[in-house]
Design a protein around this ligand. Structure first.
Ligand SMILES: [Zn+2]
Length: 194
């Protein structure tokens, strides 16, 4: 089973930063993805970084890469796309906060199971979970990457880059470790459930 980690946007993607410029989503998610990959590899899990480049790789190309891996692994792959949420345009601090995970409305049971496993790990880490529907740990939203990839695919939004308290936590050593750990735990528990 191969875990594909996507780190979203590129250095050249407009916006995608905290109002004070201290957190840039492309850099933050790359650091998290690299650390999650290292930890998973130590546990013997096969991992691929979907976008090793620093630049913005279009969604169509990312889908192509993921689907190539899916075929190469004989349909044994799953994808997690790592992001940091935003309530506004990045020019001002906003009130929205918390952690969430998304699937496309067309998602398979496996995608939903992976999303639930990640959310449970976030809950265990005492991160504040955002709910869309009572009793459901993940959100449903139309997502190009998740819709067009053949493998189970989810997208995590790890707190808000335009919430002051969230950014302070995200940039702390403890915060980074918590975000890394929840991905590792959520993915490992999902793999063990297969
Ligand atoms: Zn994003």
């Amino acid at each position: 089973m191969k875990v594909i980690l996507d780190n979203g946007h590129g250095r050249d993607t407009a916006g995608k930063s905290s109002p004070d410029g201290r957190l840039r989503e492309y850099a933050y998610t790359r650091e998290i993805a690299r650390r999650v990959a290292q930890d998973l590899k130590r546990r013997g899990v096969d991992v691929s970084l979907l976008v090793p480049e620093e630049t913005d790789v279009p969604l169509e190309e990312r889908v192509k890469r993921a689907n190539r891996i899916y075929v190469e692994t004989d349909s044994r792959a799953a994808l997690v796309s790592i992001h940091v949420n935003a309530a506004g345009s990045g020019s001002s601090w906003e009130a929205a906060k918390g952690w969430s995970v998304f699937v496309d409305p067309s998602a398979s049971d496996r995608s939903r199971s992976l999303a639930t496993s990640l959310a449970k790990a976030a809950e265990d880490a005492h991160l504040p979970i955002r709910y869309q529907t009572a009793g459901l740990l993940y959100w449903e939203q139309r997502l190009y990457l998740c819709k067009h990839t053949l493998c189970p695919a989810v997208l995590t939004e790890n707190l808000f880059q335009d919430n002051r308290a969230d950014v302070a936590f995200l940039l702390s050593d403890a915060g980074k470790q918590a975000i890394v750990d929840l991905h590792v735990k959520g993915i490992v528990n999902y793999l063990n459930s297969l």
